[in-house]
Design a protein around this ligand. Structure first.
Ligand code: S3P
Length: 482
């Protein structure tokens, strides 16, 4: 089918990708020529600049692209504007689209903020949606235009995804709070951006008219959610406060039911926020990365020691000695990968390629979030994946064990468990190449570099342990001051 998507933000862009991948004809509209140009360069689907709040612009667009459009999805955002922006982008926007493409199935993307309930009750699509704010009322007006045309409304819960999670970002930046509900905080209704996009695609391709709530399967109070996040990221639970009466979408407290959408065959890929933290390769990493890049608050660091360095640099040997010295637990990302995959590293490389191995390695690293008191030995190539860097940085004190290729080649000659060296005529040359590529990455990431050439493993271990002690003692001092 031919689908017009008005607004290619977080959800619109994903919906366009999904529709295109399923073989549909997609035209993505963006409000500015600049974003149309940016998307046109990056995406395989067609993009057009169009200000949908301007009736003439939409009429001109319809004339240009011909009117045989099967479905129109409105998911443009008001860019945090107030009531005037809501009127222009939402109400006028959907009205113009419905008028210009009268034969198309119209899907309007709305928000669960239209439910003003505050008693923790379950709300479904038949529950009163009579918001007490102008912005909410405008959303309802826009919804009705789509419904009156025989179309659909998707009421989206709080959207999160890679690069976007106010919940986690605010917590990491120390500005989160538990609001109202007798110290339990309101119920959080959330949806991963991928699942929201999949729901929109499902509704238009099945032509399901009416209202549908789009939320995941796990509503939690703020307290429940923040307690678990604090355990995962080693943070103190934020304090409680009374709800902010000026919060843009008001304070509400309700359990948004997704039963109706489920019954039509939609299923979220991420049933809860915590499933996404575990399974989305980029969620945790991107938010840790944002906080680190902003530099306003130091990234929380877990009391672990993380060893990085090329294969053969002694991470496992040194790591085990450190573990014995300080009573930490030893963890090895390569072992975790082998355990969960149920096959050896050479088998994984042979069957899934290096890319498959790297995905498994990232998942193993994420599975360590929340662990404390560990010495973590990592695979030599773990630093080649940008998504691993914020996680490594957060997981602990980073020590780079640096050795020369000559020595590395001698140490790795013993076994054939390293697919990157197997079959190499000159393993030393390969290690030299790897070192040239990776050295800047190790260097940028490490808190400490130890040149192990003249040291015994015991001496290296001693250096690792003592410097880690100083590092954590200093941080503790800093934390008690701030
Ligand atoms: C690799 C190093 C290995 C293992 C895999 C790939 C690399 O770990 O993860 O064979 O890219 O350097 P060790 O460094 O523990 O050998």
């Amino acid at each position: 089918m031919k689908v017009l998507i008005a607004g290619c933000g977080c959800v619109g862009e994903r919906a366009a990708d999904l529709l295109h991948a399923a073989g549909h004809d997609v035209i993505g509209l963006t409000h500015s020529p600049e974003s149309a140009a940016r998307l046109a360069a990056a995406k395989p689907w067609r993009t057009e600049p169009c200000d949908i709040s301007n009736r003439d612009a939409v009429t001109a667009l319809a004339a240009k692209i011909s009117t045989n459009i099967d479905a129109v999805i409105h998911c443009a955002s008001s860019s945090r504007g107030g009531a005037a922006m809501y009127q222009a982008v939402y109400v006028d926007g959907i009205r113009h689209l419905v008028a210009a493409f009268p034969q198309a199935f119209a899907l309007y993307t709305s928000s669960t903020s239209v439910y003003p309930q505050v008693d923790g009750e379950i709300v479904d699509e038949t529950s009163p949606a009579e918001p007490d704010r102008d912005t909410g009322r405008l959303l309802r007006e826009a919804e009705n235009i789509a419904l009156d045309s025989g179309g659909a409304v998707a009421r989206l819960a709080g959207i999160y995804g890679p690069g976007r999670s106010f919940l986690l970002k605010n917590l990491l930046e120390g500005i989160a709070a538990i609001e109202g509900n007798h110290g339990q905080g309101r119920l959080l209704n959330q949806i991963h951006a991928d699942d929201a996009a999949a729901a929109l695609v499902h509704l238009v391709t099945q032509r399901l008219s009416g209202i549908f709530n789009v939320a995941d399967d796990a509503q939690m109070t703020q307290r429940q959610c923040l307690e678990r996040l604090c355990a995962t990221f080693g943070l103190k639970l934020p304090g409680t406060r009374e709800p902010d009466p000026n919060r843009k979408r008001g304070w509400s407290h309700k359990r948004v039911s997704n039963t109706k959408l489920h019954a039509t065959g939609w299923q979220p890929q991420y049933a809860s926020y915590f499933d996404a933290l575990r399974d989305d390769p980029d969620l945790a990493s991107s938010i840790l990365g944002l906080v680190h890049a902003a530099g306003v608050t130091p990234l929380p660091r877990q009391p672990n020691i993380v060893l990085i360095g090329l294969m053969g640099s002694g991470k496992t040997t040194v790591g085990r000695i450190v573990t014995q010295m300080i009573g930490f637990q030893f963890v090895d990302t390569d072992h975790l990968v082998v355990e969960t995959a149920g096959k050896t590293i050479p088998e994984i490389f042979a069957e899934e390629g290096e890319a498959g191995f790297r995905l498994r390695e990232s998942a193993a690293l994420r599975s360590l979030l929340g662990r404390r008191g560990c010495v973590i030995a990592t695979g030599g190539g773990i630093i080649t994946q940008p998504r691993n860097l914020p996680i490594l940085r957060h997981l602990g004190y980073l020590v780079w064990l640096d050795a020369d290729p000559e020595r590395l080649a001698r140490r790795t000659a013993m076994n054939n468990n390293r697919p990157l060296l197997n079959g190499e005529e000159d393993p030393k040359a390969k290690l030299e190449r790897l070192l040239t590529e990776r050295k800047p990455l190790y260097k940028a990431l490490a808190d400490l570099r130890i040149k192990t050439a003249e040291l015994t493993p015991q001496e290296t271990a001693y250096g690792v342990m003592e410097s880690a002690r100083v590092f954590f003692a200093r941080r503790q001092k800093l934390e008690s001051v701030s």
